[in-house]
Ligand binder design. Structure first.
Ligand code: FAD
Ligand code: DHB
Length: 391
């Protein structure tokens, strides 16, 4: 089998890249190790930047997003038992859209199917070869048979635990990592959200986040111990802990019900440099991880593949390698800004083992400064709604 671009991984990065390439008349095959149902069952991000919505628009995948996505003009910060609103629209002229990663993935999968584009699901023993030369290959097994996919380029969109980054010689790659000493316990439930907008809460018992997927579906998180087990948390225990960490007026508005999903995610900051190795490009979680606090993971995956689609389009259309050569630098500039924001927002809102009384006072003083200063609020808002792709 032969294609122009072999994409490893059918998460949001791989699927969006496939859709953008298709719009530019470039052939791509996606090779994914899991089934489509498994990919769709993963409950992850929920907040889309305007840049991400723009890329989905370019990919022709926004009909349902525009009909069902919830535009949010601001968010609320909670500390000291009080609520403070940050007005994104007034401070930056931009808003974000609440629309689940699952829905983005479903829309991209449906569009791919409708266009008759090839995705190999449940591919086993996926390996990548020859990307330091002119004839790269992706090899895999499917239903007991060995397959070779020859291509011009490989896009490594296979997430943090994928095979593509692991296939780069150690001497060619530098990684930067910080593992946080806690995780997030998340719950999804068919109950109306407590507030119209998201609430990020700093509390002495630990961070809490009120998010949502629709007017009838809520997503809540509480900071938990790294070694905590999801089986230890009944739904009731979760709701009690969540409400303890929220100001009274929010806690009283939390509607409770049976969870549809409950899971624990560790928090990590991670960057691999560079993001291009000959004819292999890394994109999304394959190249970088942010702690979820800033809601940047999915948005960075989208902007990476936005740059990559543009670069490949210039290669095939104009025979220019300039954008391919610039890919890594352009992505990493954006990635490090998002890493800084996500790290800062995590540090400001979570309880660390060494936070102590002084640390808590400092967090509160900084939050107080933030909500009291228009300039400081604008910096938060600009980072949250995201930078334009040119930056
Ligand atoms: P992924 O979504 O990880 O997709 C990679 C795909 O590659 C997967 O389908 C995988 O099965 C496939 N794959 C892996 N290895 C191979 C292989 N060897 N061969 C073929 N295919 C392979 N972000 C937020 O903003 N907010 C959140 O609340 C949030 N929660 C998260 C919770 C968890 C548990 C995780 C892991 C991430 C979370 N994120 C969150 C981050 C966000 O979901 C990711 O940034 C986003 O999924 C990145 O998309 P991606 O396509 O790069 O990677
Ligand atoms: C969600 C996750 C986040 O990390 C965040 O900052 C906002 C929302 C969510 O899953 O809805």
């Amino acid at each position: 089998m032969r294609t122009q671009v072999a994409i490893v991984g059918a998460g949001p990065a791989g699927l969006l890249l496939g859709a953008l390439l298709h719009k530019s008349g470039i052939d791509a095959v996606i090779v994914e190790q899991r089934s489509a149902d498994y990919v769709l069952a993963r409950i992850r991000a929920g907040v889309l930047e305007e840049t991400t919505v723009g890329l989905l628009e370019q990919a022709g995948c926004v009909q349902r997003l525009h009909a069902e996505g919830l535009p949010h003009d601001g968010t609320e910060l909670a500390f000291d038992g009080r609520l403070h609103r940050v007005d994104f629209k007034a401070l930056t002229g931009k808003r974000v859209t609440v629309y689940g990663q699952t829905e983005v993935t479903r829309d991209l999968m449906d569009a791919r199917l409708a266009a008759g584009l090839e995705t190999v699901y449940e591919a086993q023993e996926v390996t990548v070869h020859g990307f330091d030369g002119p004839t790269p290959e992706v090899r895999y097994r499917k239903d007991g048979a060995a397959h070779v996919l020859r291509c011009d380029f490989i896009a490594g969109c296979d997430g943090y635990h994928g095979v593509t980054r692991a296939s780069v010689p150690a001497s060619a790659i530098t990684t930067f990592e910080k593992v946080y000493p806690f995780g997030w316990l998340g719950i999804l439930a068919d109950v109306p959200p407590a507030r119209d907008e998201l609430v990020y809460a700093n509390h002495e018992r630990g961070f809490a986040l009120c998010s949502q997927r629709s007017r009838t579906r809520s997503r809540y998180y509480v900071q938990c111990a790294l070694d905590d087990k999801v089986e230890r948390w009944t739904d009731d225990a979760f709701w009690d802990e969540l409400r303890r960490r929220l100001p009274d007026e929010v806690a009283q508005a939390v509607a409770t019900g049976p969870s549809i999903e409950k899971s624990i995610a560790p928090l990590r900051s991670f960057v691999a440099e560079p993001m291009r190795f000959g004819r292999l490009f890394l994109a999304g979680d394959a190249a970088h991880i942010v702690p979820p606090t800033g809601a940047k993971g999915l948005n960075l995956a989208a902007s990476d593949v936005g740059y990559l689609a543009q670069a490949l389009c210039e290669f095939y259309r104009d025979r220019s390698e300039a954008a391919i050569d610039a890919y890594s630098t352009r992505c990493l500039s954006r990635v490090w800004k998002a890493e800084r924001f996500s790290w800062w927002f995590t540090s400001l809102t979570h309880r660390f083992p060494d936070t102590g009384d002084f640390g808590r006072k400092m967090q509160h003083a900084e939050l107080d400064y933030l909500v009291g200063s228009e300039a400081a609020s604008r910096v938060l808002a600009e980072n949250y709604v995201g930078l334009p792709m040119g930056h």
